[in-house]
Design a protein around this ligand. Structure first.
Ligand SMILES: [Zn+2]
Length: 68
C-alpha cells in the first residue's frame, strides 16, 4: 500500500473484521496460498459473510483486453 513494501505476511493470533478488510486491501497482490495473513483475513471475512468463497482466486486473472 502506498508503495511501501509489505514485510509481514505471517498470520496473527487474533483478527478483527476491520483489520481483515485492511489486510485484504494491503495484501491484494499476494497469492492466498503464499500469504498466511491474507488467507486468515479472507477466512475471517467469509466466516462473517462479508466475502463470497471463491471471490479471492488463487491466481488473479488479468483483465480481459478491451475489444477494438
Ligand atoms: Zn501478503
Amino acid at each position: 500500500m502506498l508503495g511501501i513494501p509489505i514485510e509481514n505476511h505471517e498470520a496473527v493470533t487474533a483478527m478483527s473484521l476491520s483489520y481483515a478488510r485492511g489486510v485484504v486491501r494491503v495484501h491484494q497482490c499476494c497469492s492466498i496460498l503464499a500469504c498466511p495473513k491474507k488467507r486468515q483475513a479472507v477466512a475471517k471475512l467469509i466466516a462473517a459473510r462479508k466475502a463470497i468463497a471463491g471471490m479471492y482466486a488463487v491466481q488473479q486473472n488479468p483483465r480481459p483486453t478491451e475489444m477494438r
